[in-house]
Design a protein around this ligand. Structure first.
Ligand code: GUN
Length: 293
């Protein structure tokens, strides 16, 4: 079994991005600038956004954090989005999800200029991705494909099972794995909460991408020998052993599944670190106007 080390790969990519930013600056080019909108004080969102801002500093980007309290109105947020759309110095921006219930996430996402949508959540980017056109691919699916690529894991003709059908991970990663080329060219099956025979389907899989958010869902008896397992789960469970008072649990029962797997991602240290680095890469592409002019 080989551990897929997302922490090491993301550190390597971070270095590559930082080197490119140094070159851009030396040539008198524009410093890429990412803005993030954070609403409220959800612990998970606070951590994610703080890490995004920190990563920007580490690769040499400019970053701007815009905060609102939970009682912000949809109208105020839409105005903020419009301001960022118009701001020529901002190359890309994200609105951290989830948003409070009184705000339509879809309305906010669709208000973002797709050319600045470095999260890849706007329907134009989702649509372009699904037909294989250049676009911003959302961070987690992009990070997963990058891991498969850097470990040179074969995907062509393989049975790839995606567990979960979220808009952020399940749907886009299933789509990318079936696209022509590498990593892709896989035969993809998507399982979800209404799939009756998940165990039998998983037992046929060469690659399993687990993204349901159910801790330790995938057990040893559900996989075949040699399977490649990508664990996207990051459920926070209380813990007395960490400073923060919680720890992350994946969707895979690691001890059991790692005994049979050829490659497997740990939690933490697998997909997680790749997600932020994919956002940094999208911001670099936005800064260079490489996808959209
Ligand atoms: N919430 C959980 N994941 C993400 C993400 O990738 N982007 C944003 N904006 N919010 C999230």
């Amino acid at each position: 079994m080989q551990l897929i080390d997302g922490k090491a790969i993301s550190a390597q990519i971070k270095k590559e991005i930082a080197e490119e930013v140094t070159k851009i600056k030396a040539a008198g080019g524009k410093t890429p600038h990412l803005a993030a909108i954070l609403v409220g004080h959800d612990g998970g969102s606070e951590t994610y956004v703080a890490n995004k801002v920190k990563s920007c500093e580490e690769v040499g980007f400019k970053s701007t954090l815009i905060r609102y309290e939970n009682d912000v109105t949809e109208e105020e947020l839409l105005q903020c989005v419009e301001r960022l759309n118009q701001d020529a110095d901002i190359d890309g921006f994200i609105v951290q999800l989830p948003l409070p219930k009184h705000i339509s996430e879809q309305r906010i996402i669709e208000a973002i200029d797709y050319r600045k949508d470095v999260d890849g959540f706007h329907p134009i980017n989702v649509g372009r991705m699904s037909i294989g056109l250049p676009c911003f691919v959302s961070a987690t699916p992009a990070g997963i494909l990058e891991l498969l690529k850097r470990y040179e894991i074969p995907t062509q003709g393989k049975n790839c099972v995606v567990l979960g059908r979220s808009n952020i991970v399940g749907k886009p990663v299933a789509n990318l794995m079936m696209q022509k080329g590498y990593p892709g060219d896989a035969t993809v099956t998507v399982c979800h909460s209404r799939t009756p025979n998940i165990k039998e389907i998983c037992q046929q899989a060469d690659i399993i991408i687990a993204a349901l958010g159910v801790p330790e869902f995938l057990t040893g008896d559900m996989v075949k020998d040699g399977v490649v397992v990508i664990d996207v789960g990051t459920t926070r469970v209380p813990s007395t052993e960490t400073k923060s008072g919680f720890r992350l649990k994946g969707d895979v029962k690691f001890d059991e599944v790692s005994e049979k797997a050829s490659y497997i991602t740990p939690v933490p240290g697998g997909v997680g670190p790749m997600t932020i680095i994919s956002l940094m890469r999208n911001t670099l592409l936005a800064g260079k106007k490489e996808i959209y002019k």
